[in-house]
Write a protein that binds this ligand. Structure first.
Ligand SMILES: Cc1ncc(COP(=O)(O)O)c(C=O)c1O
Length: 352
């Protein structure tokens, strides 16, 4: 049976990336060594990390005022590393709390300085984005989660603000052309659109750093990582290599313009199918619907288990909604082919 991987992350990767990664485990770049066996300070690996950085800069169309880092600790570590590096008691972090991940960013930032929640959509169970942002006087930076993986909302236009903008792009990085220059710091766990779990990309404008009044442990200090070129300690070599392969794939396929075309096509097909059947209900405000993660419900909840069972029997992987949200969640990252979404929609039509 053919499987269709709608997992929310770690998630589907292009088949050729998997093939190349598998080959490199046995023989990396004709060295006769495995990618798992090479030293991280050898020219072989330095070339990997340098090429990955260059592709990121090309895709983002950013210059040397930004630095690209490949770190560990997941996007979850960024919830504390960002405020540790940027926020102290003299400043204020404005944070959008539009779901599970934004909420964690709020909680962690509070350990380092004052925080104002400037967008809260919990009144409607995070089914929309509250875009009326009122930034308090003295705001140091604004943090948004560009795509709410769990709830299925996505910022399609970023807030216009005159303070540094920080974006958690873990679940929609490189899904479309974006004015990345609007952001002063972007972070993304790789395991959805960019590669394998184990590495988190941080893109930071260098002028943002060095302003807080605290001592920062070296391993958590962006400046120390910049000075060391992401080689402060042993980096996640294999995960970075899989990111390089995925980044090369994005460029080869036509870059972010092509990614957006494909992602729009898949999302339009799926949302149209949901909206066409009274059995299904997507409560997310139309203008805020995510093109990466579609969250919806069965109006007749007694049919949900039957639907999920049919999905399982038909090879549809990972479509059960997040544990606190319930319902169905279909993740359609860059590597997801339109044909899989079509097969899922056929199943919905038949079931309905
Ligand atoms: C938007 C967003 N932020 C943060 C995280 C946490 O990432 P990690 O598990 O890599 O720490 C996730 C994970 O799914 C996410 O989707």
């Amino acid at each position: 049976m053919q499987l269709h991987n709608f997992n929310s992350g770690p998630a589907i990767l292009p088949k050729e990336v998997l093939d190349q990664a598998a080959a490199a485990i046995h023989n990396f770049n004709h060295t006769g060594l495995s990618i798992l066996e090479i030293g991280h300070r050898t020219s072989h690996f330095v070339e990997v990390i340098e090429e990955a950085k260059q592709i990121v800069k090309r895709l983002m169309d950013i210059g040397d005022e930004y630095e690209v880092l490949f770190l560990q600790g997941g996007a979850t570590m960024q919830f504390m590393q960002v405020p540790m590096n940027l926020l102290d008691e003299n400043g204020l972090a404005a944070i959008c709390d539009n779901g599970v991940w934004g909420n964690k960013a709020v909680k962690e930032a509070k350990l380092f300085g004052p925080v104002a929640v400037v967008s809260d959509s919990s009144d409607k169970k995070h089914t929309y984005l509250n875009k009326q942002l009122d930034l308090p006087q003295g705001t140091t930076y604004l943090h948004i989660t560009t795509n709410n993986t769990v709830e299925g909302t996505q910022w399609h236009q970023y807030p216009q603000v005159n303070v540094p903008l920080i974006g958690d792009m873990s679940s929609d990085i490189f899904c479309r052309p974006t004015d990345f220059k609007k952001f002063d710091l972007i972070y993304a766990g790789a395991q959805k659109n960019m590669g394998a779990a184990g590495v988190t990309m941080v893109v930071v404008k260098k002028s943002l750093l060095g302003k807080v009044n605290r001592k920062i442990p070296a391993i958590l200090d962006y400046q120390k990582h910049i000075e060391a070129g992401s080689l402060l300690n042993t980096p996640p070599v294999f995960s970075i290599y899989v990111s390089l392969l995925t980044l090369r794939w994005i460029e080869k396929e036509g870059g972010l313009v092509e990614m957006e075309k494909r992602n729009q096509e898949k999302a339009t097909l799926l949302y149209n199918t949901i909206d066409a059947h009274p059995l299904f209900n997507c409560p997310i405000a139309k203008e805020d619907r995510s093109i990466m993660n579609a969250v919806f419900f069965l109006n007749d909840t007694s049919k949900e288990a039957e639907f999920l069972d049919l999905c399982k029997k038909s090879g549809m992987i990972g479509v059960k909604g997040y544990r606190t949200v319930g319902g169905i969640r279909v993740s359609m990252y860059n590597a997801m082919p339109l044909s899989s979404v079509q097969i899922f929609c056929d199943l919905m039509n038949n079931f309905s």
